[in-house]
Structure formats: C-alpha cells, structure tokens
Design a protein around this ligand. Structure first.
Ligand code: FAD
Ligand code: SIN
Length: 525
C-alpha cells in the first residue's frame, strides 16, 4: 500500500504522530497483532507534568536528571518537560478521563519525583490513553489502521538499484499475519514507533511483542543506536507462579506502601537510601530488593500498604486490588509478594529534537528511541510523556519539510524464491527461551565483565543459527521477533561491555565507580 507517511506502531507515540499528521496527509499505521498490543495499554501509574502549586519546570528537570545519573541531555529534558502541560491538555481534549480533585486534576506521587506530579486514570492510565487515541484515529478519514502486520525490514536505497547506498527510507516490508504474504508499504516519510525490547529478558513487565523490532530494523538499515545497556528494572512486579508479568505500580509506594523483608519483617530501604527510602529512583530500589533477595535467599520481598485505610487503597488501586483478590491476596489486609523485572528500554535509535534519525526520511518516537531524555535511568511516568512530545515533534517536522521529500521509486517485491516452509519450529522456540534466560542471568541488575562476555559468546553462536534459519525458511512473526530479540541482545551486551563505570541502571562489579564525565554509549552500524 502507498501512503504519504507510514507509521509502524499504534501505541502512544505512533497514534499521537498519526493524529497530528492526518490534519494534512494520508497516514498508514501498521501494527503487529492487535492495535492495543503495545506497552501503552498496560501503563498504570500515569503521566508526569508540572501542574501542581509549588512545582516548577526546573524541579521536574532536576528530578529527571538526578534519576538519569547525569547522562540525560539537558536540552531534551527541557524540551519535554516544558511541553508536558500541553500534552495533558491535548489528552483531556481527546477525552481521557483523568482523575480529578475539585476543579483540578488529581496528582499522585512516584519514586524520584520531588512533588506530586503524576496525572492518572485510577491505576490503569495506559488503557484510557490508548482507547482515546485509537477512537480519534479510527474516526479520522486520513488514517488507515492496518493491524496484523509484522514489519520485517525498512525499505531503503539498498533494496532499489537506482538509489543503492543512499540510506533513504521509503517504508517497510511487512508480513501479513493472516495470509503469510510479505507486502511492501511505501511512503515519502516513515516513522518508527515500535516500543521497547523488554522481552529480551526472562522476566519483564512488557507485553509479548516488545522484541526490539524497530531498534533492530533501524540498526540493520544503518542508523546509530545509543545507551542500550540502560535497561530499566521495575522494583515491584508481582511474584506469582501463574501470573508472570503483572506490575504493581510505583504509585503504591508513592501513596505510602513499604518494602519489607518477609523473613525478618524489617522495612529495609533505610539500609540502602536512608533519605528517600521506598521513593528513591528505580535503579536504587531494584538493586536494594535484588540484594535483599540474594543475601537472605528469598524468592521475593513484601510490598505492604495494609496500614492505610482499606477504602483509600481500594479507591486508588481498583485494578490491582481486583486482580490480586482473584489470586487470593487482599492488599488491604496482606502484603504483596514482589520481585524486580525488566520494565523499560532507556536506550534506542538516536533521534534529534524533531524525531529525525540518521537516515533521510526515517523518523522515530517513543520507547524505541534514545532522545536524550532518560539518560542512565528513566524517571517514573516520563515515558508516555516522551511519546506525546516526540510524536508531535516528528509530525511537525514532517509537515514543515514535506516538499523536500521525494516520491518513493518503484520498489522490488519481496524475494521468496530461495526459501521454503520451515520444518523445525522448535528451533525458534528453543532460541527464544535461551536468549531470555542468559540475558536475565548474565546481563541483569548486577553485571560483571565475565558474565557479559559469556552472553556475547552465546549471541555469536545464535546469530549463525538464526541467520541460517532466516536465509532458508519463509518468515513468520516468531522468526522475525527472534531475529530482532537477538539483535537487541547483541546491542545491549556490546554497549554494556563498552561502559567502564557504574552509572544509573548499568551496575558492574568490575567498575563500581562512576566516572566524572557522563558519556553516551553510541554504536555505529
Ligand atoms: P508501544 O505502546 O509499546 O507500542 C508499540 C507498537 O509497535 C505496537 O502497536 C506494536 O504492535 C508495534 N510494533 C512493534 N513491533 C512491530 C513490528 N515489527 N511490526 C509492526 N508493528 C510493530 N510509562 C509511563 O510514562 N507511565 C506509566 O505509568 C507506565 N506504566 C507502565 C506499565 C507497564 C506494565 C509497562 C510495560 C510500561 C509502562 N510504562 C509507563 C512505559 C510506557 O507504557 C511505554 O514506554 C510506552 O507506552 C511506549 O509507547 P510506544 O508508543 O513507544 O510503544
Ligand atoms: C508504574 O506505574 O510504576 C510505572 C510507571 C512508569 O513506568 O513510568
């Protein structure tokens, strides 16, 4: 299909950009699986914005940079923080039913924030945001939504003889999940909004499709990728043998929840961060829990909010309360067993303030990018905000420069002449599991050079196997994702091996000090 602009991803970043572009252009939005399959729909806590009395942009900027251990780009942080009130106003206009307190929006609190600053819809903000954006997109005649398309690779000069080597991007090859056919979708500009790579880890709060597809596609097409070692682990994912990736929002700690060692009953955060306790930034709390679990040989720690009034707990956390009751835990009376789990990909495709990547015609926004906002650790609830700000910024730049984008040339059809149907799907399953296990064990919360090298060795062997498989068999969503997971794992490990210090989310026993200067890890294809 041909459109003016092709957007890959229907989460907060993709749909924000689509709605802004559709004022003037025809937009095609492609999504793997369903239109609500990304992380956006799962967001709980909310969206950070300076709206409260006594709070200032400078405070939000400082909190973001303290959490990010100084690796953030101040210019980007200012850019995003100053646009937050507008982003919230736009969402209100689209009908997002944020919680209110009198005439104002209710603001909750999360770790690392010096003020109450998080607007939210109970404890299921993401679902409300996703629905509002989708409803507006579905009603817009200039937007075509195509779910069930797994994008494989960007269409670049390399696929078109006349433009060979130009790096110019004109769209994407995508697998139609229903027919098994590969189609070319072209446009004068392309925007990646494909979310993170969380599923590269065995335990992650991210949905099944967070396999780093956009990051891997951009890398293969020749774009730089930065700070991939900065993988965020959320401190409080539910520990349950059946339900593997249910998040317990940071707002539970923001509203008074305490972390307890289940063996001793002691509230332990004072031993790790005496001042900020449970509201220290995520990297600090996740490492504290990890340390407690390892020192005492525990399976989990407890998150306890049962000292608060039951009505208060039920009112603030209706979704979590309901979910836990179904699992036999009444959070108004009992502590919740929790463990850290991978949660957010801070690094990604390098973009500038207009969402431009290194490749002409290719833009990116949201979790698949490194915009400079998060630095070495994302501040809670800054991520949806980044999606809205960069979705709009990319759209504005495309509209501004529209006349400079040429029409796509004729594109070669996908070549299937040398592949056959796969005869051994088990290879894909086995490799998926293997990558996620060794990434968890060797490239997790606490790292060493030796473990990173072990992971690198495994990645090298798996590349041979997966590339061989990819070269011989027809693509399937599982195979495409496996190839991208492996590429993401490779980028994470290579970045981690390059950073000879501990900073923010990257903590290594071999280099425990933080170097005086904060420098991005930038990988060049
Ligand atoms: P996503 O919403 O992840 O969307 C990605 C889109 O890309 C999807 O449509 C997907 O189908 C599509 N896609 C991916 N690969 C392909 C492909 N190969 N082909 C076609 N389509 C593809 N952040 C906050 O700020 N506040 C919160 O309270 C918060 N809570 C969170 C709770 C949970 C459980 C999780 C997992 C994350 C949370 N986050 C939160 C982070 C935040 O939700 C995400 O960073 C954000 O939603 C990412 O939006 P996105 O548009 O970049 O990508
Ligand atoms: C949470 O609700 O704890 C998640 C918030 C975030 O990831 O920003």
């Amino acid at each position: 299909m041909q459109a003016d602009v092709v957007i890959i991803g229907s989460g907060a970043a993709g749909l924000t950009a689509a709605l802004a572009l559709a004022q003037q252009l025809k937009v095609l939005v492609l999504a793997k699986g369903t239109l609500t399959g990304g992380s956006t729909a799962w967001a709980q806590g909310g969206i950070a914005a300076v709206l409260g009395t006594g709070d200032t942009f400078e405070d939000h900027i400082r909190d973001t940079m303290v959490a990010g251990a100084g690796l953030n780009h101040r210019e980007t942080v200012e850019f995003v923080v100053e646009r937050a009130p507008h982003a919230i106003a736009r969402l209100v206009e689209l009908g997002v039913p944020f919680n209110t307190e009198g005439e104002s929006l209710h603001l909750t609190r999360e770790g690392g924030h010096s003020h109450r600053r998080i607007v939210h819809v109970d404890d299921a903000t993401g679902w409300a945001v996703q629905q509002a954006l989708l409803t507006a997109a579905q009603a817009n005649p200039n937007i075509t939504l195509l779910p069930g398309r797994t994008c494989i690779d960007l269409i670049t000069g390399r696929h078109e003889a006349r433009y060979s080597g130009s790096g110019r991007v004109w769209g994407v090859y995508a697998l139609d999940e229903a027919t098994g056919k590969v189609e070319a979708h072209t446009g004068r500009a392309t925007l990646l909004a494909t979310g993170g790579a969380g599923r590269v880890y065995q335990f992650s709060t991210a949905p099944r499709g967070a396999t780093g597809d956009g990051i891997a596609m951009a890398w293969r097409a020749g774009a730089r990728v930065a700070n991939m070692e900065m993988m965020q682990f959320h401190p409080t994912c539910l520990y349950n043998l059946e339900v593997k990736n249910f998040l317990i929002t940071e707002a539970v700690r923001g509203e008074g929840g305490r972390l307890l060692n289940p063996r001793t009953g002691k509230r332990f955060m004072a031993d790790y961060d005496a001042e900020r306790l449970e509201l220290a930034p995520r990297d600090v709390v996740a490492r504290a829990i990890d340390s407690e679990i390892k020192r005492f040989g525990l399976d989990y720690v407890h998150l306890d909010i049962s000292h608060m009034e039951p009505d208060f707990v039920r009112h603030h956390f209706p979704t979590i309360h309901e979910k836990l009751l179904g699992l036999g835990i009444d959070m108004t009376r009992q502590p919740i067993p929790v463990v850290p789990a991978q949660h957010y990909t801070c690094g990604g495709v390098v973009i500038d303030l207009a969402g431009r990547t290194d490749l002409p015609g290719l833009y990116a926004a949201g979790e698949c990018t490194d915009s400079g906002l998060h630095g070495a650790n994302r501040l809670a609830s800054n991520s949806l905000l980044e999606c809205f700000v960069f979705g709009e910024a990319a759209a504005a730049d495309i509209l501004d420069r529209w006349d400079a984008f040429d029409e796509p040339p004729p594109i070669r059809a996908w070549d299937e002449s040398r592949v056959t149907n796969s005869d051994e799907e088990v290879v894909i399953k086995q490799n998926w599991t293997e990558i996620r296990r060794f990434m968890w064990n060797y490239v997790g919360i606490v790292r060493t050079t030796r473990r990173l090298e072990r992971a690198q060795h495994r990645i090298k062997l798996l590349f041979e196997e997966v590339n061989d498989y990819y070269g011989h068999f027809r693509v399937s969503t599982d195979l495409i994702e496996l190839r991208n997971l492996l590429q993401s794992a490779d980028l994470i490990v290579r970045s981690a091996l390059r950073r000879h210090e501990s900073r923010g989310l990257h903590y290594t026993l071999d280099y425990p000090e933080t170097l005086p200067a904060a420098v991005d890890t930038v990988l060049v294809p």
